[in-house]
Design a protein around this ligand. Structure first.
Ligand code: C6P
Length: 420
């Protein structure tokens, strides 16, 4: 592949960034680690690891409680993290950023804390069959208790929501649309802005699962028009167990707290209590303070690198890998044959079980994921049980891409593909 000057600059920038990730120097099964399971979780740079370690060394205390110096340091660090998230996704106010344990918790809170109280029997929740279970199962539960029903949005051949079909088929009872921004199996971006416009014109609401988007593309929740937007820190080089629930202020004010207890009240009387304002009303209990400061460090790192650069570099990886992967005999690649919004590829090798493929990759030092990827409805659409998924991030190199492609040929040969 001939790279232009801009691309050479990008490759150099990302190669330099790669040096910041200590785990990428590891060997696995006697081979240099090639980590291609970033869709599951990303690796962490020194800056994030050090920030978390420094927090515990120098600032650790509970927040919003003590008047002592450490308590103030921890509270400031925690609230600065909120400001950095607000800025990163361009939320209108810091109050619209609620800290949770991750995308799963965010989506469950939206479903159980807000949707449950606005839905009535006969209302419809619109989902897709390309959702992760985290944006699927909570809606099934809400449908059960409210009498609302679930319906599935039409998809284009390349695996995005089909806006034209949606426009033609929206009905007044279609109250909530819950879709992913980028699919964790297909790597394709959904037309969120268009969907927001359509559902708003229908007096409905849009909930977006951004778990696979925020790490890979610039996200502006105001421009997207999402009413709620959920994501996890661990997929964007931050710590595990920490995530974000963004919501428009008016809607968050209607969201029922899911954790009652300390931190979220202003007054507790014998038989009832008064609750604090946003965002604290929704953040009962001691939060994952180190998670917040680690996320702040992750955001600083990503902003320094530039989300636009990360996106452009991933496109370069897509342009490099996708045609070659498709051309390998016996390999079926799922999703858009020509495009990906992030460098994520789900595929199968004819006649070899995906778990065997992933195990063989591991023997070669290459980490990929095999399974249903928490997307069983999508697996059914493809009429498969599972697939292999290689998900790249900005610290993966073109040389690693070559090694990954070569390894597929070796794995095919090992399992005797094409022999009888
Ligand atoms: N997908 C994957 O390997 P949590 O676990 O709460 O941080 O994120 C859940 C989630 C929600 N939506 C999407 C689109 C996701 O990809 C994920 C997590 C991982 O694909 C683990 S199953």
């Amino acid at each position: 592949m001939n790279l232009n000057v801009e691309q050479v600059k990008l490759v150099d920038q990302m190669a330099k960034a790669r040096q910041d990730f200590p785990i990428l120097q590891e060997e696995v099964n006697g081979q240099p680690l090639i980590y291609l399971d970033n869709g599951a979780t990303s690796q962490k740079p020194e800056a994030v690891i050090d920030r978390i370690s420094n927090f515990y060394r120098n600032e650790n205390a509970n927040i919003n409680r003590g008047v002592h110096t450490l308590g103030n340091r921890a509270t400031t660090a925690f609230e600065n993290a909120r400001l950095s998230v607000q800025d990163f996704i361009n939320a209108r106010e810091a109050k619209e950023i609620i800290f949770t344990s991750g995308t799963t918790e965010s989506l469950n809170w939206i479903a159980a804390g807000w949707a449950k109280s606005i839905l009535q029997p006969g209302d419809v929740i619109l989902l897709t069959r390309i959702e992760h279970h985290a944006n699927f199962v909570p809606w099934q539960e809400v449908a059960k208790v409210t009498g609302a029903t679930l319906k599935f949005l039409p998809l284009t051949a390349s695996g995005r929501v089909d806006v034209d079909q949606v426009e033609k088929n929206l009905q007044p009872e279609h109250k909530i649309m819950a879709v992913n921004h980028v699919s964790n199996v297909l790597g394709e971006e959904n037309p969120i802005q268009d969907l927001a416009d359509l559902i708003h014109a229908n007096d409905g609401f849009l909930v977006v699962d951004g778990a696979q988007a925020v790490p890979h593309l610039p996200v502006d929740v105001q421009a997207l028009g999402a009413d709620f937007y959920a994501f996890s820190s661990h997929k964007m080089i931050g710590p595990t167990g920490f995530g974000v629930l963004y919501g428009k202020r008016k809607l968050l004010e209607d969201l029922q707290p899911q954790n009652y207890g300390g931190e979220m009240i202003t007054q507790v009387l014998d038989y009832e209590s008064r609750y604090a304002d946003l965002p604290y009303r929704l953040e009962g209990g001691t939060p994952h303070i180190a998670g917040a400061v680690g996320t702040h460090a992750a955001i600083d790192y990503l902003k320094d690198l530039g989300m636009v650069n990360i996106q452009a570099y991933e496109q370069l990886l897509v342009d490099y890998v996708l045609p070659k992967l498709k051309a390998i005999e016996g390999v079926t690649v799922y999703g858009n044959p020509d495009h990906r919004s992030s460098a994520l590829f789900s595929f199968n090798i004819e006649g070899v079980h995906p778990h065997d493929v992933a195990t063989a990759f591991d023997q070669l030092g290459i980490a990929v994921r095999a399974g249903h990827h928490c997307a069983q409805p999508l697996m059914r659409e493809f009429d498969i049980q599972s697939s292999v998924r290689a998900s790249f991030y900005f610290y993966n190199t073109l040389e690693e891409a070559d090694r990954f492609l070569e390894a597929i040929e070796e794995i095919k040969e090992f399992f005797g593909h094409g022999t009888i």
